[in-house]
Design a protein around this ligand. Structure first.
Ligand code: SF4
Length: 700
């Protein structure tokens, strides 16, 4: 099948049906109605009854049986009628104007029928996967390091102009009068290794952004940013991060960097109407959230699972080291709750008493084991603030441990076993990992381990191997030496979804001792249209590329031993990869964060909408505990915001070979992968109570 440019017209697909799927065309013509067509398909394709079917036939049967159903789509909460087969019937029998049928819809439906009759794709082998990996550069390659030295110098020169022009008198980053340009360069070079310099000099307007990018913005980008300005969308990109980009656009492919911090037209158009994708993040005083949890007032705690609470402090931690274009908290930036006004975000006096209240909530909770301190960005909090928060967590956890001693067996509350810091600063600003921070983290670990906290994670967020620079490597090594495990959560946007890109990222992360934790599908709202990758591609990656890094039980046991005993994650991981000849470790799970039910990749394709977008029926991840409210939850229906055909066209425009992705159409059923055992909570010495607290009793 030739589909080089994936630019088919409806009449082309009609010819494809007439040529390659004559039987389907014939069934349509001989059917009296769409309902009759469905019945005939079930009969003629032998899809009736309870007999086990191949996955492709099962998929077809599902599309037929869902036709005519009306469902509530979870992200928009709109009722949608599913009419995949009815639309196909109308098309094949010549009803309406042929040009009114979207070719993206028609082609995907065609592929579903084609797969069920003549599925013949082969899986890529390891050699092919390695070839795909080799296409991508890493930030530690000497060629890239050299180019970035020049980038840095160019940016430093521009910053000198800016400092000269504005004469930041009160700033610590001002030049003494009368010094030469060379001396200025030396000063800025020194400031470059101080993260505060980057925060203070971050581009906050499109003009500054373009200036630091060597005035290379296209007219299209300028127009997007002009609208962004009118709409009041914050802009915040640090000089360090900008120095990673290739302004010549000839040296290396930096699309994954650009699409992460530069805004798309969709984002700018939608800003102002962005909603929380994860409904449980919407908190109303005194009311349970979408997962049934009662959380204290004030947007400081988000909660989905029984064991986990997300703590968002009222500190500079409500800012970030950059504004990520696909951020799931964009609605918080939209409301101004998160922002880049570092002065205004300094903790108020009331924060101390609020922190006490939040710890009381944790202390009295019966199921909580895991606190994820995030924001914004946990490491944006100053060291003193972070120390205070960690100390509060320690005191609370110690008290919980102590209180449990008095409780009888069967009534013991869950104790805190894991503390996590959610941060992208190791990527945006590796110089943030300074000695003082390392002392705080190692001191906390030393005492927390004595009261039963045994897992210490820095949960970070690398998008591309180009983000792994020598500075990053040094920072990660320091965190590793402090005894904190660094894990990665990747957002699987279009640039990151290109063949071999994620595999290479896993490889490069493993090299510096970082374990992969999640590969997240981009949430499906319109603001993310440009960067959204359909879930079928994530499944394809999971089955065709990531598979070469999967570890069996023996390897997993050995790895956990290495991680726990070796003292260095970098060594522990690399020893294992060498021993078992693994290209990387696939310790992450490909998942989508779903409104109301948490993460899952367990879904079925149930319809293809007239615009070509797929409608997926998700069920929650059965491998982990959920809020008791979730057990009654029905299937969650999600309409993706981009058709597979549109996605493939995007890849093609980026220079990808379409044939490399040709099996994508058949990925229509997903299953959430099991969790790597290292990410499980340790078994407590004495069983915890099965009772819940802080849950809405009515929904329970
Ligand atoms: S660091 Fe996290 S919270 Fe901050 S903008 Fe990026 S994705 Fe959003």
């Amino acid at each position: 099948m030739k589909q080089k440019k994936m630019k088919l017209a409806s009449k082309d697909v009609k010819i494809m049906f007439e040529t390659n799927l004559q039987n389907i065309q014939q069934i349509a013509i001989s059917s009296l109605s769409a309902d009759d067509f469905k019945q005939q398909l079930l009969k003629d394709l032998h899809l009736e009854g309870e007999i086990p079917l191949s996955p492709d036939k099962e998929n077809l049967k599902r599309l037929i049986l869902h036709d005519g159903m009306t469902i509530k789509e979870a992200s928009t909460e709109k009722m949608i009628k599913l009419e995949t087969i009815t639309c196909l019937y109308n098309f094949l029998t010549g009803k309406g104007n042929i040009e009114d049928y979207n070719p993206d819809f028609l082609f995907d439906v065609y592929k579903q029928f084609e797969e069920s009759t003549c599925s013949q794709s082969t899986l890529p082998d390891k050699k092919q996967m390695i070839r795909w990996m080799k296409r991508w550069d890493s930030g530690t390659d000497s060629k890239i390091i050299e180019i970035r030295k020049e980038n840095k110098q160019r940016i430093i020169n521009r910053l000198i102009e800016r400092i000269d022009k504005h004469q930041y008198e009160k700033s610590r980053y001002a030049f003494p009068p009368g010094i030469s340009f060379i001396e200025k360069q030396e000063m800025v070079n020194k400031w470059w290794s101080d993260f505060r310099f980057h925060l203070s000099m971050a581009a906050r307007s499109s003009r500054e952004l373009n200036h630091l990018m060597g005035d290379t913005f296209s007219d299209e980008m300028k127009a997007i940013y002009q609208t962004a300005k009118k709409k009041g969308i914050p802009i915040f990109v640090t000089p360090y991060y900008l120095s990673l980009m290739d302004i010549s656009e000839n040296n290396y492919d930096d699309a994954a960097l650009r699409s992460y911090v530069f805004y798309s037209q969709n984002l700018v158009d939608t800003f102002g109407n962005i909603k929380a994708w994860e409904k449980e993040d919407q908190v109303e005083a005194g009311k349970p959230n979408a997962a049934g949890w009662l959380v204290p007032e004030g947007h400081n705690i988000h909660r989905r699972y029984p064991e986990v609470a997300i703590l968002i402090p009222d500190t500079i931690g409500r800012a970030c080291g950059g504004l990520c274009a696909s951020c799931q908290r964009l609605y918080d930036f939209q409301s101004g709750r998160f922002n880049f006004d570092m002065e205004a975000l300094k903790p108020k006096i009331t924060w101390d008493s609020k922190l006490k209240q939040l710890m009381k909530y944790f202390l009295e909770d019966k199921q909580l084991r895991d606190i994820l301190i995030t924001g914004g960005d946990a490491l944006m909090s100053r060291n003193a603030s972070l120390k205070k928060i960690l100390e509060a967590v320690y005191v609370m956890a110690k008290q919980k441990h102590h209180d449990n001693k008095k409780r009888p067996l069967g009534e013991k509350y869950a104790e805190i076993q894991r503390v996590r810091l959610g941060t992208r600063l190791p990527v945006y600003l590796p110089m943030r990992i300074n000695d003082e921070l390392i002392t705080i983290l190692s001191d906390f670990k030393k005492k927390a381990i004595k009261i039963g906290i045994s897992q210490f994670f820095i949960q970070t967020h690398f998008q591309t191997p180009l983000e792994i620079t020598p500075e990053v490597r040094d920072g990660i090594r320091k965190l590793d030496a402090a005894g904190w495990t660094v894990t990665n959560q990747l957002v699987y946007n279009v640039a990151a979804s290109r063949r071999g890109h994620t595999a290479k990222l896993r490889r490069e992360l493993n090299k510096i001792g970082v374990l992969c934790y999640y590969t997240f599908s981009v949430k499906g709202f319109e603001e993310n249209h440009a960067v959204f990758t359909p879930n079928s591609r994530s499944l394809q990656e999971q089955k065709e590329e990531k598979i070469f890094g999967q570890i069996n039980a023996t390897e997993a046991t050995q790895l956990i031993k290495n991680l726990n005993n070796n003292g260095s994650h970098e060594k522990g991981i690399n020893q294992l990869e060498k021993k078992f000849d693994l290209p990387f470790l696939a310790t992450d799970r490909n998942v989508m964060n779903l409104p109301g039910i948490g993460k899952s990749m367990t879904f079925n394709l149930v319809a293809i909408m007239p615009d070509g977008c797929r409608l997926l029926a998700f069920s929650h991840d059965s491998t982990r505990r959920h809020s008791p409210v979730i057990s009654d939850k029905p299937i969650v229906y999600i309409k993706e915001n981009k058709s597979l055909a549109e996605y493939i066209r995007q890849l093609s425009d980026m220079g990808e070979k379409i044939s490399d992705y040709s099996s994508i159409w058949k990925y229509n059923t997903g299953k959430t992968e099991p969790r790597f055992a290292f990410y499980e909570y340790p078994k407590p010495a004495e069983e915890y109570t099965t009772d819940y607290s802080n849950i809405d009793q009515q929904s329970h």
